[in-house]
Design a protein around this ligand. Structure first.
Ligand SMILES: Cc1ncc(COP(=O)(O)O)c(C=O)c1O
Length: 407
């Protein structure tokens, strides 16, 4: 097979849709106004921002007035959690606890942990070996002291989809707010904030063919949160700073395309994802990480025992395939992802993981190319792997526990 460029790292980021680029361009040049200016250039920019707000709201079945633009997923998560925690703590209820799952993105996990320094208690609800949160587990963490609970809609590494509506019900029974990080779910599954019953929802444009550095937070009407930036009071006082107009226009355009195309994209991506999983599951000692059914249509996260994930990524890159692994390389050591460890995997098992994430631009030819190259790369690496040799001899593998993360 001739060499191809195959991008299978769409959970890290996606290609900006050409139609999105075209929608954005005029807002860098002739329509460069500040939306706060009252002259015609300002009005033109304000109209573009409000149109984008409608487009984003429509994608998740919210009202435009419930959308606040931010710089992306990380900021939306911080604004939701810190903003909700501080608001709940300053009203008469004096709630002082935050809860999240143990497979959250660091934008949620570290934000919750950091609140401990401001006097909040923090607890983590644990997923099962399929990467799914059981409501009984969440229930034991939520009380009348809980200000906000944050449970992601879909996981960025293993693509598992959490029972967010059920968790929201538990939160509301205790008077707590519910936030969901939907950064990986938008553009991959239908999202309806009314059905999910959440108070706060984060999304990021670059994960669904929009530009980087722009996102949004849905804040249900009537829900009170405090801003995290001081400033001129933009975005209803919740997010000060001159709006990133071209970025917001791009986010709006990406949201419009996602809303229109989702019903076609989902079965197409799922069919290709299934082809990938079936093809790779045929390899010896190869397993799917996370639930087979409750997962995003674009995510295949496989582990190949006896393979070092980073080495596999390098070999695949030489063949033109971009993918991710289950390890994050810090300056000193290679750390297995906290998500894979949360499934109960040993460090050495987690290290052999490969995350392949599709987009609506992925094709059957690309998947077939990957299905030819990945098994070859796995075999090459296993031939020189001491872990594989031990496994083949039936020996026990020693492990050292540690934790890291991938995007
Ligand atoms: C689940 C999840 N939340 C939050 C983020 C952060 O988003 P951003 O890169 O827009 O700050 C990411 C990005 O990888 C993510 O996957």
């Amino acid at each position: 097979m001739t060499r191809m460029d195959v991008y299978l790292d769409n959970s890290a980021t996606t290609k900006v849709d050409q139609k999105v680029v075209e929608a954005m361009l005029p807002y860098f040049t002739e329509r460069f106004g500040n939306p706060s200016s009252i002259h015609s250039k300002g009005v033109e920019a304000r109209e573009a921002v409000e149109r984008a707000r409608e487009q984003v709201a429509k994608l998740i079945n919210a009202k435009p007035s419930e959308i606040v633009f931010t710089s992306g997923g990380t900021e939306s998560d911080n604004l939701a959690i810190i903003g909700a925690a501080k608001a709940a703590n300053s009203d008469e209820s004096k709630r002082n606890a935050v809860v999240c799952s143990n497979v959250e993105h660091p934008a949620v996990l570290n934000t919750c942990k950091d609140l401990v320094a401001s006097g909040f208690s923090f607890s983590e609800a644990k997923v099962n070996s399929e990467g799914i949160l059981k409501t009984s587990e969440v229930q034991s963490h939520i009380s009348k002291q809980t200000a906000v609970a944050s449970v992601m809609l879909a996981n960025n590494e293993i693509g598992t989809i959490q029972p967010v509506a059920a968790v929201a019900k538990l939160c509301h029974e205790q008077g707590a707010l519910m936030h969901t990080d939907a950064v990986q779910a938008v553009g991959k599954i239908p999202i309806d904030v009314k059905k999910l019953n959440v108070d706060l929802l984060s999304l990021a444009s670059h994960k669904f063919h929009g530009p980087k550095g722009v996102g949004a937070l849905f804040i249900r009407e009537g829900v009170k949160i405090k801003p995290i930036f001081g400033g001129g009071g933009h975005e209803r006082g919740l997010r000060s700073g001159t709006e990133n107009v071209p970025g917001i226009v791009g986010l709006g355009a990406a949201a419009k395309i996602a809303a229109e195309d989702l019903s076609n994209d989902i079965p197409r991506m799922a069919a290709l994802r299934n082809r990938l999983i079936s093809g790779l599951s045929g390899l010896s000692r190869a397993f799917l990480n996370g639930s087979r059914d409750q997962r995003l249509p674009n995510n295949a996260n496989m582990r190949f025992l006896g393979v070092e994930g980073e080495a596999l990524i390098t070999l695949l890159d030489e063949e033109g395939i971009c993918a991710s692994t289950g390890s994050a390389c810090s300056s000193k050591k290679l750390r297995a992802s906290h998500v894979l460890l949360a499934l109960g995997l040993a460090d050495w098992e987690a290290h052999g993981s490969l995350r392949l994430t599709l987009s609506r631009f992925s094709t059957k030819d690309e998947i077939d190319y990957a299905l030819e190259k990945i098994p070859k790369a796995v075999t090459t690496l296993r031939r020189m792997s001491p872990v594989w040799a031990k496994l083949e001899r039936g020996e026990k593998i020693e492990d050292v526990k540690d934790g890291g993360h991938i995007h």
